[in-house]
Design a protein around this ligand. Sequence first.
Ligand SMILES: [Zn+2]
Length: 456
Amino acid sequence: MILIENVAVATVDPTGTEYGDGHVVVGDDGRIAAVGPGHAGAGWVGSAHRSVRRVDGTGCLVTPGLVNTHHHLYQWATRGLALDDDLFGWLTKLYPIWGRLDAETVGAAAGAGLGWLALSGCTLTMDHHYVFPRDGGDVLAAEIEAARQIGLRFHPTRGSMDLGRSAGGLPPDHVVEDTDAALAATEQAIDRWHDPSPDAMLQVAVAPCSPFSVTSRLMSEAAVLARRKGVRLHTHLAETDDEESFCRRNFGCSPVEYAEQLGWLGNDVWVAHGVHLDDAAIAKLGDTGTGVAHCPSSNARLGTGSARVRELLDSAVPVGLGVDGAASQEVSHLGAELRQALYTARIRGGAGALSAREALLLGTIGGARCLGRAADLGSLEVGKLGDLVLWRLDGLGHDGIDDKVAALVFGPPAPVELALVGGKPVVERGALTNADAEVLARRARRAHRRLLRESR
Ligand SMILES: [Zn+2]
């Protein structure tokens, strides 16, 4: 049991309850046993039968752990490349390198990416993995092992590409899979890894890559597969003008209309980006409960545009935040994405377009809705899982900003004093609990160098 006291609390519950000085108790079952103002009361103090870890949260704000709704962990091995390209140019440069991926490289990249995410306040992340070279080994198992080591709650997706260049797609033929083989491997991944229980540390979703790298048959059969298995669906959608042109040219409609035709709208679907959406498309997403993983830093890095987050929220679209792959935004810091989302919305729509509390909502309960975990995660409420972050806000960068939520979102990325997943520490005093960041960095550096050498 963990008892956190003397702490500012932002619960992100349905009424936005906050306490300037409060407490949170996480029980032995890994769920929140109490949250409220002032001290926790004598009932929670340890006895001979119960050991209680007491945490003094003076100078800190506790929030739900941040939820990352879009990532490509393998890209940690190809950071800092194609720095001035747009999406299609960037992909064209990187596909041949990614074609050399194997389990060791993906495991090393995932270790670094997940460790860094944890240090940035993330407690639950998805991963969108869609490159499966023929002799690459078990890359999904490698990243799942990395997540187990770091201790994060993990939703890897079994992605896929089956539309190579010779068939009119963007990726070179040697990095795409056979359609039926991709579907069979996706089903195997669900059977092997997906845990449907409310406490699950590991859930799998189905995630063909994008309209310009996947056939219509793979998209529609993937949707049928996911629904038969009761798992969620994810893909890239409406990211760039080039994608819009591709869909108009090849399918005679917009990306969202294409998704609708393929059975890809629904409250079991969340799409990455959703940058280029007209009013009709936003209404369709809202009416169907289709979620959007908003990735403002990646969109900025690739010069893609800025998603209409205000309009998405006003149309009741579930919106979460995503860092996206580390090769399309080298920061990959989920805490920093709170401010990036706020700034991006305000550049588009003025100072009233998004508040600090709305940014926090996107990063927590909004993300939990996208990943289908809102019943158990995304807010600090009694009975929910004990995934939370204690942000240190009394250092030079934040001290003097009285509104702690404003300090977290408007201020520089805050150090993580403590991060819990199901009540278990994954970060303490700014360091990983279960791994050595230097070791993760060294292994990832070796993987990066080997990958570049082999793909020359
Ligand atoms: Zn992506």
